[in-house]
Write a protein that binds this ligand. Structure first.
Ligand code: PLP
Length: 426
């Protein structure tokens, strides 16, 4: 189709007429499609249906613990052993919890607000304007936690090649004691799919932070969620922090939400002995132990780390064609137009689409009026505000391929229409 910006006024008006007609036809179809949340599809959930019948009458853990009863704050050792190599955290520093790693992140922030962390001298609530570094585009629910607790969010834009701007992170972390944390998805990130390099991980572990109680929230939500044969690995951050003399710097999170059941999985926290003691001391007041029956059925079903990888291959076979479809349509419809760039990841759950500056909200509005739900404009930025109004997070996992095809054709149509309207106004 060629570069939109090189079209003259007449050509733009002609194109707008064509696109408006196409859009009206699309609207008439009365569709109801959803590309908002990165949920596993029903087919993917079916891969783990065996869990529904487990653990049956075999409710005792390896050490004889009756999983039906109270206790076991650390979670079942045999489950922690399965996930220890996958999350690169020694078993004794890894705890297994209930169904959501997001709730662990929320609770850690909440506890740090109310009780000084190891190495810290003050509760975050007593700090004037505590702040977190937030690489963007990022995960909206991380940002919601900060917003809820009144923690200022400082966006970190990526470098020109789409990677973490580690220089900027180092500069800011060293500059101000009120900067207490960094949200970070190290692998196949939400939404850009980018993975941290070994060198960057080392720098995060080594960097000087003004706050002694600075924490990296290392959210390894997509550690085994490969989409290709190129299985990307990340450096073991906990070990790197220890070696750098900053053993307490990192909280590592993981979960089986996108491995088994998104609503009934198991979550994990890996961190230093001092942090663990601090955290367990607090949660011991809110629970007498996690859901060990669920943990046990996960052990029986997954068996070992290899079992997890095998299950992930089934997910990959299911997801890869959907991601390929999104890439195909974006390339076919937006390639060479200069009005869209997008990511192609080796894993994870998302595609991050940047449209013409100042048109993302309009694309999302047009799509909504044509029956396609997209993640709200600005959602990938702190406070829901993206200065350039160009980023859209696409989540292809949930709809069947045929619906995805239709939805994506609608999305690219809206991208073009919004771009033409914008270019005509200029
Ligand atoms: N972290 C990231 C980066 C995510 O993308 C998601 C879900 O989309 C979560 C955490 C949620 O994890 P959980 O289901 O374990 O709460």
């Amino acid at each position: 189709m060629g570069e939109f910006s090189s079209l003259d006024v007449d050509a733009l008006h002609g194109l707008r007429e064509e696109l408006r007609k196409e859009y009206a036809r699309f609207q008439e179809r009365g569709l109801k499609l959803d590309l908002t949340r990165g949920k596993p599809s029903a087919e993917q959930l079916d891969f783990s249906n065996e869990l529904l019948a487990l653990p049956g009458q075999e409710y005792k853990a390896a050490d004889g613990t009756d999983c039906r009863n109270y206790g076991g704050l650390h979670g079942l050792p045999e489950l922690r052993e399965i996930f220890s190599p996958l999350l690169q955290v020694p078993v004794e520093q890894l705890i297994a919890s209930d169904n959501s790693s997001l709730s662990l992140m929320h609770d850690l922030v909440m506890h740090a607000m109310l009780f000084a962390l190891p190495g810290g001298t003050a509760r975050w609530v007593d700090v004037e304007r505590p702040a977190f570094l937030c690489p963007v585009p990022g995960y909206d629910r991380h940002f919601s936690i900060c917003q809820k607790f009144g923690i200022e969010m400082i966006p970190i834009e990526p470098t020109a090649d789409g990677l973490l701007d580690i220089d900027e992170v180092e500069r800011l972390a060293a500059s101000d004691t009120r900067i207490k944390g960094l949200w970070f998805v190290p692998k196949y990130s939400n939404p850009t799919g980018v993975t941290v390099s070994e060198q960057q991980a080392e720098r995060l572990a080594r960097m000087t932070t003004a706050a002694a109680d600075f924490r990296i929230f290392w959210d390894d939500a997509y550690s085994v969620h490969h989409l290709t044969d190129h299985r990307v690995t990340v450096a073991p951050i906990l070990g790197l922090c220890e070696q750098a003399g900053h053993a307490d710097r990192v909280f590592v999170f993981g979960s089986t939400s996108k491995i088994t059941f998104a609503g009934a999985g198991v979550s994990f926290l890996g961190t230093s002995p001092a942090n663990l003691q601090w955290y367990l001391g607090h949660i011991a007041k809110r629970t007498i132990g996690p859901d060990k029956v669920n943990q046990l059925r996960h052990v029986r079903f997954l068996k070992d780390a290899e079992g997890v990888q095998k299950l992930m291959e089934r997910h990959r076979d299911n997801l890869a064609p959907k991601f390929a479809k999104v890439q195909e349509i974006l390339a076919e419809e937006l390639g060479g137009t200069g009005i869209g760039t997008w990511t192609e990841a080796y894993g994870g759950y998302f595609v991050s689409l940047d449209v013409l500056d100042g048109t993302a909200a309009e694309v999302i509005r047009l799509a909504k009026e044509a029956g396609i739900a997209l993640t709200p404009a600005g959602a990938t930025y702190p406070y829901g505000k993206e200065p350039r109004d160009r980023n859209i997070r696409l989540a292809p996992s949930f709809p069947p391929v045929a619906d995805l095809d239709t939805a994506m054709r609608g999305v690219v149509l809206c991208v073009k229409l919004a771009a033409v309207e914008k270019l005509i106004q200029r």
